[in-house]
Design a protein around this ligand. Structure first.
Ligand SMILES: Nc1ncnc2c1ncn2[C@@H]1O[C@H](COP(=O)(O)OP(=O)(O)O)[C@@H](O)[C@H]1O
Ligand SMILES: [Mg+2]
Length: 385
């Protein structure tokens, strides 16, 4: 049925979940990443071992594919440009990837396209930033972001005072953004096929834990006014159209106390804030990616029940062969769906899996999520007895 082979750069959990969705349609799929033992290698036999940051590896891998996509941004785009010239279909296009993987270029893009985002300036490194402060061109507080290579908060420094300036300033080409007053952090997944048709998911709200300033749950639909929901979805569609992306785009946004919605950053691939779509939506983000790549009609994004997604992170003091403590108690509950990525070694805070809880009753939804949070622990095997 599907003759065109899809190649995915990156073989982690996002690749694995894409492969599982692709298997429903017997889609020819291949992966490129360092080891067949990575999550996607466990479910897809066509796994090329190599480095997606390396020109030769990406170029050679591309020869065996018709359509190439990514599950991570930090790939070698020079090879993708060359493959595109030679007639391969690349989504998202390497031109877009070059813009998005550099947070500086990404911010300039929003400015050029009149997309709402926080004010910013670009800076070279530590001495440039300190000079500008000394001259009065830049004032505290601000958020410093490394232009390249950051993820999961690594590469972001909030600089509020002199002490932060002394200890937290990074010496790297940076974006310096206004510190936004955030009412809620939101994520919107949107998808677009080659015909330009779009489909958008209900907004996801990051729910922060009361003790630590860490995201504890991802809740969808978000607890926001209908007008903000509509505005966030419309902004996600406008953003994917502006980038001219075919495939998925995850749009991270801030809702301010004044009701303004600002784009924080985007990712042109499956995203953590779309995991719940496997269990709680008519069509998962992974199935949508396959549909978009083959230029098929997009699936319904309708939710089947309100959902909370929790990442299963390695416990802080555990490193070694993994054990999932409390799995049985949690899977016994109605509407608790556990996903284990298949990484053999756990490390502190490593993403080892996730759980989606679905429940029509909001109170019991949160109750079950709390139960999972407190009882399902990612630890090492030798500490499990
Ligand atoms: N301009 C800003 N004002 C306030 N908080 C911010 C700002 N930019 C980022 N943050 C906070 O830092 C987090 C990480 O920043 P982000 O750019 O999303 O980096 P990452 O690529 O690591 O996800 C955001 O989720 C948000 O909580
Ligand atoms: Mg982010």
């Amino acid at each position: 049925m599907f003759k065109k082979t899809i190649g995915i750069l990156g073989g982690g959990q996002l690749g694995k979940m894409t492969a599982l969705a692709a298997q429903n349609w017997d889609v020819p799929l291949r992966f490129l990443d360092v080891s067949k033992n990575f999550p996607a290698g466990k479910v897809c036999p066509f796994f090329q071992e190599g480095n997606f940051k390396n020109y030769d590896d990406v170029y050679a891998f591309g020869q065996d594919c018709d359509i190439i996509t990514i599950e991570i941004e930090s790939v070698n785009t020079e090879a993708l440009h060359q493959l595109e010239k030679e007639g391969k279909t690349i989504h998202p296009s390497p031109r877009i990837l070059d813009t998005i993987k550099d947070k500086g270029k990404q911010k300039l893009f929003y400015k050029e396209k009149n997309l709402p985002t926080s004010n910013f300036v670009l800076a070279d490194g530590k001495s440039d930033i300190l000079n500008r402060i000394a001259k009065g061109d830049l004032s505290l507080p601000f958020v410093q972001k490394a232009r390249e290579g950051g993820y999961d908060g690594k590469g972001v420094s909030v600089i509020k005072n002199q002490r932060d300036l002394d200890s937290k300033l990074m010496d790297t080409p940076s974006v310096i953004e206004d510190l936004v007053e955030i009412e809620k952090e939101l994520g919107v997944i949107v998808v677009r096929n080659e015909n330009g048709e779009t489909a958008v998911y209900s907004t996801v709200e990051m729910v922060f834990s009361e003790e630590a300033n860490l995201v504890e749950y991802l809740l969808s639909p978000a607890r926001i006014k209908a007008e903000h929901e509509a505005a966030a979805q419309a902004l996600a569609i406008k953003t994917i159209e502006s980038f001219d992306v075919c495939g998925l785009l995850a749009v991270e946004m801030f809702l301010t106390p004044q009701g303004e919605i600002l784009i924080n950053e985007v990712a042109p691939r499956p995203h953590n804030s779309g995991h719940h779509s496997i269990d709680a939506c008519m069509t998962s983000q992974y199935a949508q990616l396959i549909r978009a790549l083959y230029n098929m009609p997009l699936g319904s994004t309708k939710m089947t029940a309100p959902a909370i997604m929790l990442n299963l992170l390695g416990e802080p003091s555990h490193q070694g062969p993994v054990y999932y403590k409390g799995l049985e108690e949690c899977t016994a509950l109605e509407g608790v769906k556990v996903h284990i990525y298949g990484k053999e070694i756990t490390k502190p805070f490593r993403k080892m899996g996730h759980v989606t809880v679905i429940d029509d009753d909001k109170e019991s939804l949160f109750e079950k999520a709390r139960f999972v949070k407190n009882n399902l622990k990612v630890i090492t095997q030798n500490s499990s007895k």
